[in-house]
Design a protein around this ligand. Structure first.
Ligand SMILES: Cc1cc2nc3c(=O)[nH]c(=O)nc-3n(C[C@H](O)[C@H](O)[C@H](O)COP(=O)(O)OP(=O)(O)OC[C@H]3O[C@@H](n4cnc5c(N)ncnc54)[C@H](O)[C@@H]3O)c2cc1C
Length: 297
């Protein structure tokens, strides 16, 4: 089967091709995920629209109000090495540095990862914890989608067929915020389909004995990257304790729909998710503004 290829240089060119293809085109950025799907014949595109050379999809900048803008075609390597990101959102640097291996970090893009909407993806859960906005561009212009509305179902996002993700906007964290990233991966890259991860941003209350405010993202626990307002509420205005984490564990089990795989049963994933969440919350709780993330193996 033949496949048409458009190497777009502008978002207008890319959108024009997507509109002309009437839903038959696939956007390609690094190709890390899409080429595997094509090789396995799980996706057979008749038109590929390459967005990796569009200037508007590149760069990491801090805007005048402190918002950090990340172009959708920025690679995991660029995220891991960005000083702007390290200063603004330490958990993202650590998250990106732990993605797979050098080749995937060099080719895979943050936008490709987010648009794939893999429940195991690491960037999506940091976006959920940091309350990011996905800025898309389509035939009607730009659209800003809050990340909590972006992940619709397994490998499905709120993007329309004729839209692409242009950039990600992350608002500055409130003063006093601490972040941590935690990931359970027995053999790192090779276990990507089985990883469980948590991204946490929290503020400690006066006297530092309580969590005053918290936002969370959870990976590998459902059909999409997951956030849970119920879990966030349970962890707000409390002193973290065995009792609190016992209740969190029960609630987590209720919201989880883990996908059983060749390595781990659903029950094992439930247990690992509760441990990973607890450790990541406690790492942030006992951390500092600069706080290192946490990696659990
Ligand atoms: C061995 C292995 C290990 C991995 N380990 C990890 C890991 O530890 N953590 C992790 O998070 N990920 C991991 N990944 C996943 C990897 O990070 C993603 O596949 C990669 O980031 C996808 O980016 P890409 O640019 O290559 O996307 P592509 O493969 O080009 O595209 C992926 C999907 O996104 C769409 N798309 C891409 N860009 C856009 C855009 N701008 N607008 C709209 N749609 C778009 C495409 O149409 C396609 O559906 C791993 C992958 C492999 C193969």
């Amino acid at each position: 089967m033949s496949c048409r290829y458009t190497a777009a240089r502008t978002t207008a060119e890319a959108v024009e091709a997507l509109v002309a293809a009437k839903g038959e085109a696939h956007v390609i950025a690094g190709g890390v995920a899409l080429v595997i799907l094509m090789n396995e014949k799980l996706v057979e595109p008749s038109w590929l629209v390459d967005v990796s050379r569009i200037d508007a999809l590149h760069g990491i900048d801090r805007l005048s109000d402190g918002t950090v803008r990340i172009g959708a075609a920025v690679t995991h390597r660029e995220v891991a090495e960005s000083e702007i990101i390290a200063e603004a959102f330490p958990m993202m640097s650590e998250m990106a540095a732990e993605i797979a291996c050098g080749r995937i970090m060099n080719k895979g893009t943050i936008g490709g990862n987010i648009c794939l909407a893999d429940p195991q993806g690491d960037p999506p859960i940091t976006m959920l914890a940091l309350d990011a906005t996905m800025r898309t561009v389509g035939p009607d212009g730009r659209r800003d989608i809050p990340v909590r509305e972006f992940f619709v179902d397994l490998y499905e996002t709120a993007l329309r067929d004729d839209e692409l993700l242009q950039e990600i906007l992350i608002p500055p964290m409130k003063p006093g915020s601490i972040t941590a990233f935690g990931k359970y991966a027995a053999r790192k890259a090779m276990d990507y389909t089985s990883t469980i991860s948590a991204a946490v941003r929290l503020i400690r209350g006066a006297g530092n004995g309580r969590i005053e405010e918290i936002s969370l993202g959870l990976g590998g626990v459902g059909q999409t990257p997951v956030y849970s307002e119920a879990l966030e509420e349970m962890l707000t205005n409390v002193r973290p304790s065995d009792e609190v984490f016992g209740r969190v564990r029960e609630r987590l089990f209720a919201v989880m729909e883990p996908i059983e795989d060749h390595l781990y049963s659903a029950n094992y994933k439930r247990h690992v998710a509760a441990v990973t969440l607890r450790r990541t919350v406690m790492k942030a709780f006992s951390g500092t503004w600069e706080g290192e993330g946490v990696l659990i193996r």
